[in-house]
Every structure is written in C-alpha cells, then in structure tokens.
Design a protein around this ligand. Sequence first.
Ligand code: PEP
Ligand code: MG
Length: 591
Amino acid sequence: MKPRRTAAEAGGERVLEGLGVAAGVAIGPAHVYEAGSVAVPDYAIGAEQVEAEQRRFADAVAAARKQIAKLKTKAGALHGSAAEEMGYLLDAYMQMLAGSRLLRGVEKRIAEQRINAERAVESEIEAIAEGFAQMGDAYLAGRGEDIRDVGSRLIRQLTRTPYQTLAQAPAGSVVIAEDLSPADTALLDPKIVGGFATVLGGPEGHTAIMARSLALPAVVGVTGLLAGVRQGEMVIVDGTRGEVTVSPSPATLERAKARQEALRQEQKQLLRVAKLPSITRDGAHIALEANIELPAEVDLAVAAAAEGIGLLRTEFLFMNREAVPDEEEQYRMLRDIVRGMGGKPVTIRTLDIGNDKLIGTDGAAADTVNPALGLRAIRLSLKRRDLLEAQLAAILRAGAHGPVRILLPMITSTVEIQEVRDVLRSVARRLKRRGQRQAEEMPPLGAMIEVPGAALSADALALAAEFFALGTNDLTQYTLAIDRGDEQVAHLYNPLHPAVLRLIQFTVEAALRARIPVSVCGEMASDPRFLPLLLGLGIRDLSMAPVHLLRVKQRLRAIDLDAATRRARTIMEQADPVRIAALLDEFNGGA
Ligand code: PEP
Ligand code: MG
C-alpha cells in the first residue's frame, strides 16, 4: 500500500510504542500481514432478496467507513509527511465509500444482475480500476490500486473471511498487522511465529488473551506500525515493555537476545514451584485452575499443576472452520480434554459468541447491531436451541470420562439458568433413551458473573446456580463502559475501580451466604498484583492462562491471608482508584 512505501524510512533503528499484552521478547523478520486474497462467493439471488442484499452491502460499507475513521484517528498521531500522506489516502477511501459511483454501481448490479453483494463489488471494482488503467496516467493507475484496496475491505466485511496470508508466515518471523481477530490469532503457530504487533486492539480483548494462551509475545495499539515496517525487515517485539523496535542496531539486538534468554531462565526456575503446595504463608489452600481455549493447552495446564480447568472457552473450537461441529465432534474434543485432565474437574462454558469473538458460521451473532449488547452468549444459545442441545449433549457425554461442570456466559437472570436446566434435563433423558454413556450425576450448572446487573442480583442468582465464576474482563468493560478491545480507551480500563471491586465483593458475599463456590476467571486472576485483594475479598479459587499459574502460585505462597483480608477491608473503604492502587502496591511491596 502506498503510505508504507513512502513513509518507511530507509534503514536506521526506530522504536514504536504500544500496549504490551503478552509478555516476552520476539525477534525476527517482519511478516507484514495484509488482506490476503479472499475467496469471493458467487451466487444468484431472487427478486425478493434484492433489498436484503443491498442492505447487507450498506452494512458492510458502514463497517468499512468505521474502520477507516478509526485508522484516520490513529494516522493523525503519525509524524510529519507520513500523517499527511496517510490522511489523504484515507480521505480518498472515505469518499469512495460515500455516495460514489462505486456504491451506486454495486447497488445497480445487485438489482439488475440479481447477484450477491460480494460478486457485485468485485465486478464494479474491476470495471472502475480498468477505466483508470486505460487512461495511461501513472497517478490514475495508482488510484486503481486504491479502489482495489477499498473493494477488498468491503469484500472482507461482507464475507468476514479471516486473512489468508497468516498461514504463509515464514518460520521464525514476527507478524505485523493492522488488526488480528481472535480467530486469526488462534491460527498462529508458536512453533513458527515468534510474536506479533498490531495497530488496533486493547489489553483485555480476546486477541490479547489468545496471545497469552499461546505464550506469544505481543504488542497491540502501535500507531504508525504499518507505515514504519517493511516486509522482511528485522523487528523486536517486546511484549513486556510494549515496544516494537524496527531495524535494531547490533547492540540493541544483543540486548534483546539477552533479555529473551533471561526470561527463558526465569520460566525454567518457576517450574520448580509447580511441585509446591498451593497455600498461603499461613497455610490456607487456594485452588489455582487453568483457562484454556484450545485442546493443545491441556498439557500446559497439567505441567503447571492446575487443579482443574476453571474455564474452557468452547467458542474457539468453533472458529476457523466452515461448519459448526456436530455433537459427535464436540463430544470427541471435550472427551479428550476431560481425559487429559486425569480426573480433575473441567469447567466447560457454553458458547460465548458475540462482541469480539464472532464466528462466521452463525449469521445471528455476526449481524448484531451492537455485538457487545446484542444476541450473544447465553442469549444466542437460548435462541438457537439446536446449538445449545448439541453442546449440552456433548458435555454430558464427555462427563462420562471425568468430572465436568457447565458454565453459562453473560447470565443476567435466574430465568436463563432455569431454561438451560430444563434443556439439560431433556437432553440427558434423550441420551439415556439412546443408550449413550453420560455423566453419572447431573453436572453442576454455574453462572458467569460478568454483567453489573448480574453482580447486583447475585443473591437471587445464587439460588438458581450451583457455582459462580466472576468474569472480571466483561464486568470491568460493562461497569465502566470501556470496550476491552479498544486501544483508544485502554488507559481507562481499570479493574481496581471501586465500582468493579464493590460488584466483586457483593458477588462473593452472596455466594458465601448461599454456600456455593465462587471463582475468578477473568484476567484479573492472573496478575499477582491483584492477588492479595482478591484473597482478602474471600476468593479461594482463581483460574488463569497456564502461563501465569506458577508466578501467581509463587506470590500466593508469600501472602499472609489475615494481612491480605485487613488490607482488602481498608481498600474497600476507599472511593479513589488511585488511592486503591497505592494501598495495594504498598502491600505488595511489603509482604
Ligand atoms: C470475562 O469476561 O472475564 C471472561 C472470563 O470471559 P471472556 O474473557 O471469555 O469474555
Ligand atoms: Mg466474558
């Protein structure tokens, strides 16, 4: 793309700053990941579908405009001519997406030729680009390139196709991209790719979570990244410091290698902690469990001596594939995970599609106006009973191979839990009629507490659920109205905000009164800094990505539970997040 060629300086070390979201240092040649060629679906539509197809196209245009507006805000922060050049280009893109020949042409093709929107976009783009090329003018030929870029943006919006070029990343490379979806990230093989950096993305988005799961050093929210890195150029992605160094000098490269080695040694040292009991200094047992997204992580959970799987995010089993897996396939995947845990409990969360975890296989989730507040998670499961029933059947069958628990995402009312319980009972009866092996006892049914309304009615929910799992990622997002995946508001995302802490406290107290277990499975659980506070609030069960488990255990063994409880009490009397952070840091510094 034009600005990259013009803005990338020739040689010389450059340091770009962003948000470090997964610790570690990756060093290697840049694999600049661009919009790969997307397979364009081609089909005829009926006269009655024309309007719906044009609407689908209009939605894709709106989404592409939003994406470009966001890029424009970021481009403003670039220096000098790069900002100007990028600004012009993005303005031109915006114009092409507002009442232009392109839009009219596509609408006309849909109506007159009765073809799907993707095909109409492709034909119109080709016609316009050819027109430019025939004018024999270098400037206009360049505009042809731009319009093709706009076209591929639109087609990507319409097809929601993950970029294809990721699979071609050469061994040892570091991925540099505008954005990576969680599904794209799940495709990264840590044996091939060393780490990644992106222009977009926030610290608690699922792309960041996935990076930590895969132990891939990652920096997101890097302004000027695409304009500053060329294909194959040497880069250092420092996920601990939140820095991307392009074309490092030999001295910088040496230092980065030394840091990489030191981190590796530290990780090795930590392995010794795996064998030690998970108890506080004064002997209280704290359960440390693992969050996993992919079956391959079971080995990591076992190596870190996790006491179970506290959260299995099943939606990742549904990504990067053409069709939703059927009951049998889901059963086999879950069975392997349950067996892999060798008798330790596996908490399986039902589908949590929506917000940033969109999968292309289900239109209902993908077409929501506001995915964070729309037909997502439990709401989608209760609407699509076929999906829910297949998933519950697979879980019940996997329960024949070891203990399982069922966790429901985005719960807001007891009715949702009751409805699932009814479906669960009828699925169990059906399996019995089929003569299929299943869990001997009905698995416990739990609720994620991740919506402020759920936390505030935790006392009622505790009567319907058999356990709670606090999803502090969404709880923070919804309480503070901060999109957890948006780098522009990342500085405001703060689980130490008193509003979030009070909701946690309220939930824990309701669970203790109702005598049901409560855990924390949001990212807050994985940060040793928050540990004394969570313990002090009464949490005795924490679930986190396996990579964090040993570090948390190490910290845990040094904490005095009585002192932590007293400190939590003091903290809960505070209304100022800055003061809260200071009180916590002081405690961590001293104990
Ligand atoms: C959470 O919201 O804290 C959580 C654990 O769920 P997820 O991150 O998958 O939304
Ligand atoms: Mg959540």
